[in-house]
Ligand binder design. Structure first.
Ligand code: SAM
Length: 255
């Protein structure tokens, strides 16, 4: 029998992040929605002290570095949105239009890691309904974002660049769907190589997260700078490099 991970309890740190998007449902609604999805990636503060048990860890550093005022009056694309926390947060913080997309690759690794059969988009739809959100969701590969025929002021690219086989193509796609002066806000798997190493680390299947075959790369800061330059995003501001739950992560804004 293949062993799987237990779904961890959510942490106080995750609940603090979730509080930035307090939803304030009634106790019954909050309990119903939390129980309606068999695995949550994001922790949501549903109301009445009910938090979804999100498996994602330590997103606090993202909020600290994000500057949530950047969404005010902006159109936002969120690639690899999963349960949509950052899409809904952008909407709450004044974005005029938000599109979230995901190819629902996570259905496979959620099954492999946790032994849970998850319907694609289930968490996103549950929160969108609860919030009466206007965020538009597409089951779609991020590499097809040009097919939306739309330009965005901000492209959020969180937790996905290390999961695509062709990171140049993903960044080029995002650069192509930006409005003039737009920005890609990027968070991805980092590297313990020196920050000025002009290389991308190649990870082995399952060595980052057990039984997760979809983590290919680790990026030092210089790799992001050079990748940005390849796709015409010449200003690469590395906002933070941190160790989260034993994993190096890097956050940058590309313009
Ligand atoms: C680790 S999760 C990150 C979720 C969220 N963006 C965050 O950072 O909190 C990565 C997400 O990217 C999605 N994904 C991976 N490759 C993708 C692709 N080529 N196109 C669209 N979504 C993709 C996965 O299905 C998953 O939902």
């Amino acid at each position: 029998m293949t062993s799987v991970e237990l779904i961890p309890e959510t942490s106080a740190a995750e609940q603090l992040v979730a509080d930035a998007l307090a939803i304030e449902a009634s106790p019954d609604e909050a309990a119903r929605v939390s129980g309606s999805v068999p695995l949550w990636f994001h922790t949501f503060a549903l109301g009445a002290d009910v938090y979804t048990p999100g498996v994602a860890r330590d997103h606090g550093y993202r909020l600290g570095s994000l500057d949530l005022s950047r969404f005010e009056g902006k159109s936002v694309l969120d690639v690899g949105t999963f349960d949509g926390f950052y899409s809904f947060l952008a909407e709450r913080r004044g974005a005029t239009r938000v599109v979230g997309l995901d190819n629902e690759q996570y259905v496979d690794w959620v099954d492999a890691r946790f032994g849970v059969t998850l319907e694609g988009g289930a968490g996103f739809r549950a929160i969108a309904d609860l919030m009466g959100s206007r965020v538009e969701y597409h089951r779609m590969d991020a590499l097809d974002a040009r097919d939306l025929n739309e330009q965005f002021d901000v492209a959020l690219c969180f937790g996905i660049l290390h999961r695509v086989t062709d990171p140049v193509s993903l960044l080029q796609t995002l650069a192509d769907v930006l409005t003039p002066g737009g920005e890609v806000v990027l968070e991805t798997y980092g590297s313990r190589l020196a920050a000025d190493t002009p290389a991308i680390e190649v990870r082995e299947s399952g060595d980052v997260y057990k039984r997760d075959e979809f983590v290919y790369w680790g990026f030092p800061a210089e790799a992001l700078r050079r990748l940005g330059a390849i796709v015409g995003l010449n200003e690469v501001e590395v906002v933070d490099e941190v160790e989260i739950d034993g994993h190096p992560r890097i956050l940058a804004v590309l313009r």
